[in-house]
Design a protein around this ligand. Structure first.
Ligand code: OFO
Length: 164
């Protein structure tokens, strides 16, 4: 495996691990503040990010690279509001998308079409996740500070259909 690409993929492992830890922390906050639907949503998101991380790790190792399990700092665990929670969610997804785009760009520079092909799965996944994050934030903006709106948002969050 091209060393520069191996380094970028290992960086990506770290971003997925960080996203997983961040969403787990967000799930905990939601759980202890009575938002059970939102907690379930972020527990599931956290799990998904872990799956993304493992998929990268296996790919690196199978291609004669060396995957590095990253050290992760403690994520933020207190949030001012649901709005802040979902703003962080969208920012986090946008950040990951930008990093994936960098990897894709690098693959083209090095003419590494194998990794380029592998990364297409992440491109599609990010498209979907960003769409979900944007839709949820838009809904919260409509709801504003309305408590019964928050109640319904929490109740229904796992049933929203989002077209990416
Ligand atoms: Fe890993 O899918 Fe979002 O960040």
């Amino acid at each position: 495996m091209i060393p520069e690409i191996e380094k970028s993929l290992n960086d990506q492992v770290k971003y997925e691990a960080k996203a997983s830890a961040k969403y787990l922390s967000m799930a905990c906050w939601a759980d202890i503040n009575g938002y059970n639907g939102i907690a379930e949503f972020f527990y599931a998101q956290s799990e998904e990010e872990r799956v993304h991380m493992i998929k990268l790790i296996k790919f690196i190792n199978e291609r004669s690279g060396k995957a590095v399990v990253p050290e992760i700092e403690k994520p933020k665990n207190d949030f001012k509001s649901l709005m802040e929670l979902f703003e962080i969610f969208l920012e986090s997804e946008e950040f990951v998308t930008a990093q994936i785009n960098n990897v894709i760009f690098q693959c083209l520079e090095f003419k590494d079409y194998n990794v380029h092909n592998f990364m297409q799965w992440y491109v599609a996944e990010q498209l979907e996740e960003e769409a979900i994050a944007r839709t949820l934030l838009d809904k919260l903006k409509i709801i504003g500070d309305d408590k019964s709106g928050h109640y319904l948002f929490d109740r229904d969050i796992n049933t929203f259909q989002v077209a990416a």
